[in-house]
Design a protein around this ligand. Sequence first.
Ligand code: HEC
Length: 193
Amino acid sequence: MKLGEKILFGVVGLLVVITVISFFMLESVRHKSVKPLYPILTHFEFSAEGERGYAIYQKNGCYTCHRAVGSGTSMGVSLDGLGSKHDLNYFVSFLKDPEKTYGAKTMDHGAPPKDAAYVSALPDSDIHAMAVFVSELKADQGSSSSFEPPQGASSFIDAMVQMWTPAGWRTNFTDIRDWMKNNSKEAQDDAKH
Ligand code: HEC
């Protein structure tokens, strides 16, 4: 081997060794740690119908496009936490008549030959059960599928608001964090009276 080749193979070999060692270190930290590496900000508690809806959801292969209960794919929308954004009626009407509910063109749900066209043709009771299932996938405050930003002050969010809000926004609209603060104060005052 020429000197250049030795250096090249040496460097590549070293990188492979470092990668393997780092991988095992990370995995062992992750395995031993009692805290999850990332906070999990969605939760669910299924009613009997929600449970049935989950089984129907699985039987119909919705997970080939969706993520829910922490498993599935990310081809379509993640359904975890969505129950904090919309109510049961919305999900029933979306599953039956997607484009009308969206008020816009959809990609996979809708009339044939769309890939998820079969969904709106399922029996009403199956659609209802699946809608109950999705409506029971809840988001905690601060999750990406929650309207409520993370708890507490965040200099990062302050900086982003300062940087990105167009002129006039901060005077014309209420920051949801201030709104939440005031509303919870009102709720506390109400409780006192
Ligand atoms: C071929 C992929 C695919 C399959 C299969 C599929 N979906 Fe979807 N789903 C999507 C996409 C993409 C969207 C976004 C709307 C659109 O463009 O169709 C969506 C949207 C949704 C929404 C609305 C989300 C929102 O925020 O409004 C729900 C609820 C939903 N799907 C449930 C289901 C259920 C239940 C099934 C199985 C019976 C299913 N989906 C099967 C791709 C799929």
